[in-house]
Ligand binder design. Structure first.
Ligand code: IPE
Ligand code: IPE
Ligand code: MG
Length: 232
């Protein structure tokens, strides 16, 4: 797919629910850890392809507010993979003009992790393409935070714009397309406000198997959709 292809039908923002690492590993007789490691590779591949085809904003769901329910060992492996990624991706982001942002509540993370996130956000803040990584992200949690902030500010006659302005995604267009891997047909608390009119695409491909071709297929289907937004 060429650079102009994605731009024509106006994908400004594509989002991915990166699901299926565990099942990918199980099918190969590997540990869930191996699945998550392969998931990181798929993430790098997919984000880089989205850049190549000219999509300006990519958001990925990496860790939900509900994922803390997993065994401590798995949570800690995911945090380690995240730290390694944060420490290793700065040069590549600078080379490709990628601005890194975390969406989600960073407060429960260890200080070192929060510092690595802040460092990468600062390093890349003047780049133009945007990569949002949803970490300890939950759509309901995000809305609760937003409502509390509006209450603190004493805003009572609340408008939709007031809420949007308090979300982690303030100022970013809503996702045009949300892609979920691994055959699960749900949003799992991802971008529930922002995704009100997003096109949804579900593929049975398990996340570690996601390729550029899978992304192109999703975009091709998106282009054949008719977005009506309640109109005709
Ligand atoms: C997605 O893969 C990664 C995270 C949610 C962190 P899963 O770990 O959910 O994989 P499955 O759903 O068990 O296969
Ligand atoms: C959604 O996947 C969260 C992420 C991809 C980070 P889950 O595997 O946590 O979702 P459920 O539990 O199947 O809904
Ligand atoms: Mg899952």
């Amino acid at each position: 797919m060429s650079k102009t292809d994605s731009g024509e039908k106006g994908i400004q923002h594509i989002a991915f629910i990166m699901d299926g690492n565990g099942r990918w590993a199980k099918a190969r007789g590997l540990t869930r850890d191996a699945g998550h490691r392969a998931g990181v590779e798929a993430f790098r591949r997919v984000v880089s392809h989205c850049g190549d085809i000219g999509i300006p904003i990519v958001t990925v769901y990496a860790f939900s507010t509900e994922n803390w329910k997993r065994p401590a060992r798995e949570v800690s492996l995911l945090m380690n993979l995240l730290s390694n990624y944060l420490e290793s991706c700065g040069d590549d982001m600078m080379a490709h003009g990628v601005r890194f942002r975390v969406i989600g509540d960073k407060t429960p993370f260890k200080r070192e992790l929060r510092e690595s996130i802040d460092k990468l956000e600062r390093l890349t803040e003047n780049n133009t393409r945007l990569l949002n990584v949803a970490l300890n992200y939950g759509g309901r949690d995000e809305l609760v935070h937003a409502f509390n902030r509006l209450a603190e500010k004493g805003i009572t006659n609340i408008k939709e714009e007031d809420i949007s302005r308090e979300l982690y995604t303030a100022g970013i267009p809503d996702p045009d397309l949300i892609v979920r891997s691994s055959g699960e047909l749900r949003l799992s608390n991802f971008l529930i406000w922002q995704g009100a009119y997003s096109e949804l695409y579900f593929t049975d491909t398990l996340w570690p198997d996601m390729t550029s071709e899978d992304v192109d297929l999703a975009i091709l289907e998106y282009k054949n959709r008719h977005r009506r937004y309640g109109g005709l």
